[in-house]
Design a protein around this ligand. Structure first.
Ligand code: FUC
Length: 469
């Protein structure tokens, strides 16, 4: 579907792709950049179709121009800003009421796609071309972030936790400051830029200043129900099944919650997702497939795939008989987000290693895949039987160390057991102070699967084959 609706030279895929059949499509067939547009492109790098993101990259560049007056006039800030919608004219101001539209953080989300493209491709010319776009987004935050009075943290304000509200006293309130998703987005943007400057060996002073702003962002917090807090204050409700799971951005598509280095936050994210429930709109279920895959629970991810593919009934999402995703009505994001979720179940590469079969459900006992990409420019083919890898082929396009995480020991002279720090240049995990765990909170223990870490020294253009039977 993305091949058909997002060719280089065309517009990016919008809410219905090119399949909108109405004169006035649902939500104007626009670009809703508070989840839907991004979700359309989650699978393009990992499924080796990065050229299909070209229209998205061009749109981001356009927005970095049209978003400048919005930053200046609306917020008195440098750089560029964008709210929750845009269209073919690249509008950047607020659309609809505050409940939907008062969210100025989508520039950070879109810029994540630029950095991720570099992580997969190693393309320094691309990074150089788009560095000013990322920098413009960061400059906006340097000027617009506000110091909140409680802790002195720097926060995005005013904002919302996407299309959601909390209850304060008897009032339902949506406008807020320092929503967890915003904190994660700004943290991610600053981190990516610091790394981009290091990769390009320039703009060191700016990168250093970003590091000091980053220190002042709020940490992720664990609330009274053992959940990852959605807001700065502990407003979350365990019976809340809102379709947006914004505060889990840090788990996916962000890379800020590692089971191996932040087990408590990881457990809190899991509690949050359990509270949110499974069945929802089409795209929400697609997001949850990715989230359960990141939580290393293949069976739960597989349940969500089945929920999503069910023939549509009422307002609870699912698929139409032609398999197009039902919000309802039809939205392409659910289809493309599901594809990304399936890839996440098979290969993950965001946490310092390429994790093979990280979330394989019981039902996928035997199987094979080919051509999935990992960050660092590695192409993975593999076959498995009884949930164990029997053949693995790694093609290295860029060379360098290929760190593999596998659920089984593998004996081969080419592989060395990984030692020392888990950090390499593609590693992206939030440095946090130890979170406070509320005593009355839910269980925060994590039972991690036993895994083996191996290093493989690779040269560009070489293929490495392992038979592990
Ligand atoms: C976001 C979502 C809605 C819908 C719309 C197009 O605002 O919250 O569910 O997908 O985009």
């Amino acid at each position: 579907m993305l091949i058909c609706s997002s060719q280089p030279g065309s517009q990016p895929a919008n809410l219905q792709g090119i399949w909108n059949g109405e004169v006035k499509g649902p939500w104007d067939s626009k670009y809703t950049v508070n989840i839907n547009t991004e979700m359309n492109y989650w699978a393009s790098e990992v499924t080796q179709l990065p050229e299909l993101s070209t229209p998205l990259f061009h749109m981001i560049k356009d927005l970095s121009v049209t978003g400048k007056p919005a930053a200046q006039i609306m917020y008195g800030a440098r750089g560029w800003v964008l709210h929750h919608n845009t269209d073919i004219w690249r509008i950047t101001g607020i659309v609809d009421g505050a409940f939907w539209g008062l969210w100025p953080t989508s520039n950070a989300w879109l810029c994540q796609h630029l950095w991720e493209h570099y992580l997969y491709s190693g393309d320094k010319r691309f990074l150089q071309e788009y560095y000013p776009v990322m920098k413009g987004a960061a400059e906006y935050y340097i000027d617009a972030l506000q110091k909140e009075p409680g802790h002195g943290w720097l926060v995005v304000s005013p904002s919302v936790s996407l299309e959601h509200e909390y209850i304060e006293g008897k009032e339902q309130v949506s406008v807020t400051a320092g929503a967890t998703m915003d904190n994660q987005l700004v943290y991610g943007l600053f981190t990516d830029l610091i790394r981009a400057a290091a990769e390009l060996h320039f703009d060191r002073d700016f990168a250093d200043s970003l590091a000091s702003y980053r220190e002042q962002l709020p940490p992720m917090q664990i609330g009274r129900y053992g959940q990852l807090q959605e807001w700065l204050e502990d407003f979350d409700r365990p019976d809340d099944n809102h379709r947006h799971v914004s505060h889990l951005y840090g788990l996916f598509p962000g890379n800020q919650l590692s089971p191996f280095t932040q087990p408590q936050l990881f457990a809190a994210a899991k509690n949050s997702l359990i509270y949110r429930g499974d069945v929802s709109t089409g795209w929400s279920m697609a997001w949850k497939i990715n989230l359960w895959a990141r939580l290393l629970d293949g069976n739960h991810a597989y349940k969500l795939i089945r929920d999503q593919i069910k023939p549509v009934s009422g307002h609870s999402g699912g698929s139409y008989p032609n398999l197009l995703d039902a919000h309802p009505p039809f939205q392409i994001d659910g289809n493309l987000g599901c594809t990304s979720g399936i890839a996440e179940m098979l290969v993950q590469s965001h946490d310092g290693a390429i994790y093979l079969l990280p979330a394989i459900p019981d039902e996928w006992e035997n199987g094979s895949i080919s051509g999935l990409m990992a960050r660092g420019g590695f192409k993975i083919d593999m076959t498995w039987a009884s949930h164990k890898i029997t053949k693995l082929v790694v093609y290295s396009s860029l060379g360098g160390n290929c760190r593999l995480r596998i659920n089984q020991p593998v004996s081969s002279g080419m592989l060395t057991e990984a030692r020392g720090t888990n950090k390499n240049r593609f590693y992206q995990v939030m440095d946090l102070k130890t979170p406070i765990v509320k005593e009355s909170g839910k269980d925060l223990t994590v039972n991690l699967p036993k895994t083996w870490l191996y290093d493989l020294a690779t040269s560009p253009g070489r293929t490495y084959t392992f038979i592990t039977k």
